[in-house]
Ligand binder design. Sequence first.
Ligand SMILES: NC(=O)c1ccc[n+]([C@@H]2O[C@H](COP(=O)([O-])OP(=O)(O)OC[C@H]3O[C@@H](n4cnc5c(N)ncnc54)[C@H](O)[C@@H]3O)[C@@H](O)[C@H]2O)c1
Length: 412
Amino acid sequence: MKKYVIVGAGSRCSYMFVTALYEGVNKDDIILSAVYDTNIKRSEFLAEKIKKITDRKATVYTDFDVMLDTEKPDGVIVTSTDSTHHEYIIKALEKGCDVVSEKPMTNTYERCLAIREAEKKSGKNVTVTFNCRFMPYFAKIKELLKSGIIGKPLAVNYEYRLNRVHGGSYFKRWHRLMEFSESMYLHKSTHHLDIANWLIDDEPMTVSAIANRVYYGDPSKSFGERCSTCPKASECQSYEPLNDEESQSLYFGEAEKVDGYRRDRCCFLPDTDIYDNMTLGVQYKGGAILTYTLNMFSANEGFKIVITGEKGTLEAGEIYVGKGSRPDYLIRVLYPDGTVNDIVFEKAKGSHAGGDVKLIKMIFGSEKIADPLGQHAGSFDGVKSAMIGIAANISIKEKKTVDLTPYLDNLR
Ligand SMILES: NC(=O)c1ccc[n+]([C@@H]2O[C@H](COP(=O)([O-])OP(=O)(O)OC[C@H]3O[C@@H](n4cnc5c(N)ncnc54)[C@H](O)[C@@H]3O)[C@@H](O)[C@H]2O)c1
């Protein structure tokens, strides 16, 4: 039985590291003994939820160091805001704990370096929860590529679209400021960039990027200060009611009074400095080129990935039509002689198409699970994905292509 403590008691922690955790493993495989968050109301909510599910008390701490010294846990689960991960990861390693960190592992080069050095010194391990690797869909694509179905990958075209509710949500929260998220290249795209790195099993070498903000942060589109009091909510394409019990406890009422954080600020208010219209190109060491786009204000939601190898092309994607309806998954493999192989999937159930629970079983389960596809991600995987985003930010600012080699060589 392993003992873990939590830092960052927000929504991801609640549904992934409490709900999904105990769907994936037994109550006796792992104890969540304590919680720390700068907002005590969120810590208290999470501690109560842990008690309800496991029948065991989780202690609420108001100091992270005191929590580690008192609890002496085997591991620390880091689910605070992105720009704070490094601080807790490093402290946890220094106290001899393993770390399970939400993505992005961190979001600047200096923070990547500090984490890698602390990990090496401590002899402990950092796991990054790239849950998309565990979605059955991506796992199948990985398996097909690994079997050599299209030969060596040479070109990857990856397009991701968020609709105006999902995309808009990032402009209502802490993510809207570079100070906290370092842009969606580091926050949202870190999933997609990791998927690209992992699928083609290669290391990024150069990055060039273009991005701007063309939709959110435009006060002429704003009807009010926040969704919950917006007089024209029914006219807004980004309105999202957060009136379920958990959202209310985590973000509104008493929790909001503690730190003044408004979870539902209007996404059209001008206090944002991140992009909503983004593209980048990556050249990999093995010769492949990735072109990637993220559009955060699309009419609908979905993604398309096309990977062309020496022998053929693999096309995959998922386009949502209307609210919540999901099509069946399709993977299509095409060859220059006109042969087409379609691989159709059943609709997958659960958070991130069942990927969250699969990941939980691998990280926390008492049974050792084989990993033939290399789905478990360590700190260097976290670094490779983050460094593409970090380089994209540099590329935009300095209008140049960024060579990742010296950075990655220092981080190895
Ligand atoms: N893997 C995924 O699919 C996925 C999905 C969502 C979020 N995430 C990640 O999970 C993390 C949390 O995201 P979220 O959506 O739960 O956000 P959230 O805003 O709901 O929660 C963040 C929590 O961090 C706390 N916090 C802020 N500053 C802190 C500090 N200095 N020290 C300790 N706690 C602090 C906040 O009070 C809040 O409770 C992020 O890193 C995010 O990237 C991952």
